[in-house]
Design a protein around this ligand. Structure first.
Ligand SMILES: Cc1cc2nc3c(=O)[nH]c(=O)nc-3n(C[C@H](O)[C@H](O)[C@H](O)COP(=O)(O)OP(=O)(O)OC[C@H]3O[C@@H](n4cnc5c(N)ncnc54)[C@H](O)[C@@H]3O)c2cc1C
Length: 571
């Protein structure tokens, strides 16, 4: 078997991975960056969300006065806690606020140009397609170092012995396994967008980091909180920023009928939900705009959507507010004139707010294991827009520095053969599967089921459907998998991870019998602070998933005030 050795292994190729790699290098470590697919090539497997060419502009939440930006640090900090509705980690939010201006300066030093400062906005430029340039710029820095980059490396499991992470194993695209012995491992594997039929995340984002960390003994938290928002489904995907548009919105089902009114509780008007939606893009039950999102998804699930699982958004009458020039131009390049044509829109999965539990240096509960970017969990029930990219830089830097120190304290990097063999056996079993069901079918079906049952509005019934599906699909994966090519082995491991993460999301969402921020339950529509000011942690013990609740510290700074977020729009 091929084996590598390094001080710090960074798994992933997005903005969190590149920031961590640069930082570990600067701290004197030998670094290896292992990524599935290609490193930093937008639009292909491996690109990650950071380089996924889907958005017209990208933002980093900034603070001032340091760096010349306008939002005072305490306002941003306070709003992060308010948005998190008690669920965000206050200490990590403070670090973000204190360090994001420096992160921006570092990006500027290597060539990043921002178009506006309130939110540092990066217009996706021509060369980069519709992607931001963070990875491209940091990749150029990494290429000047002696970092060993391994592409087409699908990491499948961590090697953990006596509570310490000693490296990882994986398969390449030809189905051959390999091991990487390392002093520390940084998981920068992004989120789990591929669990859902409609998502902004690229094909490689299958929640591998969450699943590997869970199997390795780390804890996940806040996994029930996911960002979701409106985007076109046809002729291409593009985020639709309703807060930039005329309201009230004219939404029509496939029969050309208006329908939102049918989803509104007594006394709530279309004007009200539209006005409230102007405060934020993501789905959130913190205000009545949630009924707009419920209506959009509900109409499609009721069978009254278009063939593209969408409803129509009519912007032909929009006269005020719609200034999203890049969006208009992009739609025109796809043959749609928004003044004449109807848009087909649906709610898409965007990011996971929760993730692997980390401390101030992005360390997990497993010694030598770190998590950064979307793989790490520190945000709450909702989050401010622009905090994911900034957080990847801030915690990437911290993780790289600390991981280099941890690795320096472990001169002998070799791990026990037994741990590797356990994993290799699984790979061999997977490779020899001779069932009927192809991985295309596995992926297609799980995405459809989870999009219907785990996004937007949930209840006990649909969460049970999701959980039953996970159980049945595990059996199918074990007994009826058809491996058609060596690359299928990597995809089969991804599917195992999708199932593990789906179980965590569905079980935490089932346990949380209330609605809070992005977690919307039709059977428990109200927030219930009496019973639910707790974070939910997921751990794997003796092969079983266990959930643990921990009460939040009531003096953390979150304060239950209505109309509580000062920055507008906040998301
Ligand atoms: C269209 C879009 C617009 C967005 N806009 C904003 C914004 O404006 N502001 C903001 O703050 N956030 C935004 N977000 C969210 C933000 O971009 C992501 O949360 C962030 O980029 C995640 O970075 P990351 O490095 O953690 O993960 P990613 O960039 O997703 O990278 C993950 C990497 O890990 C690799 N990988 C995964 N599993 C494995 C494995 N098993 N083995 C090897 N490699 C693996 C992947 O191939 C990929 O290279 C947006 C997201 C999208 C999709």
């Amino acid at each position: 078997m091929k084996a590598y050795e390094t001080d710090v292994l960074i798994v992933g190729g997005g903005g969190a991975a590149t920031a961590s790699t640069i930082s570990a290098q600067q701290a004197g470590a030998r670094t290896m960056l292992a990524v599935k697919g290609r490193f930093g090539v937008p639009g292909v497997r491996g690109a990650g969300a950071t380089s996924n060419p889907l958005a017209d502009f990208w933002t980093i939440r900034t603070v001032g006065p340091k760096g010349g930006f306008f939002n005072p640090p305490d306002t941003v900090f306070g709003d992060m806690l308010q948005a998190g509705l008690g669920m965000a980690d206050p200490a990590l939010c403070r670090i973000f606020v204190d360090e994001v201006a420096e992160a921006l300066s570092r990006l500027q030093e290597i060539g990043m140009r921002f178009q506006s400062k309130m939110l540092a906005t990066m217009h996706a430029n021509k060369e980069a397609g519709r992607t931001n340039r963070i990875v491209a710029l940091q990749k150029a820095v990494i290429e000047e170092t002696n970092t060993y980059v391994v592409e087409h490396a699908n990491l499948t499991d961590l090697i953990v012995e006596d509570g310490r992470c000693l490296g990882a194993v994986g398969v390449d695209d030809e189905g051959r396994h390999f091991a990487i012995h390392s002093g520390a491992v940084i998981l920068a594997t992004g989120g789990v967008g591929q669990l859902f039929k409609y998502s902004f995340n690229p094909p490689g984002n299958t929640g591998d980091g969450y699943a590997m960390a869970l199997r390795g003994g780390a804890r996940l938290f806040n996994m029930e909180f996911m960002q979701q928002g409106l985007a076109t489904t046809w002729p291409t995907q593009a985020m639709v920023m309703l807060y930039e548009m005329e309201e009230p919105y004219r939404l029509l089902n496939a029969q050309g009928k208006t329908f939102v009114a049918g989803y509104l509780p007594d006394g709530v008007t279309l004007e009200e939900v539209s006005t409230l939606k102007a405060d934020h893009w993501p789905v959130s039950c913190r205000d009545n705009s949630v009924h707009l999102d419920r209506a959009i998804q509900g109409e499609v699930l009721a069978g009254r959507g278009t063939a593209n699982d969408a409803i129509f958004l009519d912007l032909s009458q929009a006269e005020r507010g719609f200034e999203a020039e890049l969006f208009v131009k992009f739609m025109a390049s796809r043959g749609l004139d928004i003044k004449r044509d109807l848009l087909q829109v649906q709610i898409h999965h965007h990011t996971s707010n929760g993730g692997i539990r980390i401390d101030a240096d992005a360390q997990t509960a497993v010694a030598g294991l770190f998590a950064v970017g979307e793989a790490a969990g520190w945000q709450g029930a909702d989050r401010l827009g622009g905090t994911m990219l900034g957080g990847s830089q801030v915690f990437g830097r911290r993780a790289g520095r600390k991981a280099a120190r941890v690795a320096a304290g472990r001169p002998n990097k070799k791990c026990g053969q037994e741990a590797i063999e356990r994993v290799v056996e699984q790979i061999a079993r997977m490779r020899e599967s001779t069932g009927e069901r192809t991985l295309d079918t596995f992926r297609h079906d799980i995405q459809r089921v989870m999009w219907r049952n785990l996004l937007v509005e949930k209840n006990a019934e649909c969460l049970s459907t999701a959980l039953e599906y996970v159980e049945r699909d595990r059996d199918r994966l074990a007994g009826d998998l058809r491996i058609r090519s060596p690359f299928d082995v990597a995809l089969a491991f991804e599917h195992r991870n999708l199932l593990d993460v789906a179980e965590v999301i569905a079980r935490t969402a089932m346990l949380r019998t209330e609605s809070r921020g992005s977690h919307v339950r039709s059977d428990y529509p109200d927030r219930n602070d009496e019973e639910w000011l707790t974070n939910i942690f997921a751990v794997r013990q003796e092969g079983e998933l266990r959930l643990q609740r921990e009460w939040i510290n009531r003096t953390c700074g979150w304060d239950d005030k209505p109309g509580d977020i000062r920055i507008r729009p906040w998301g």
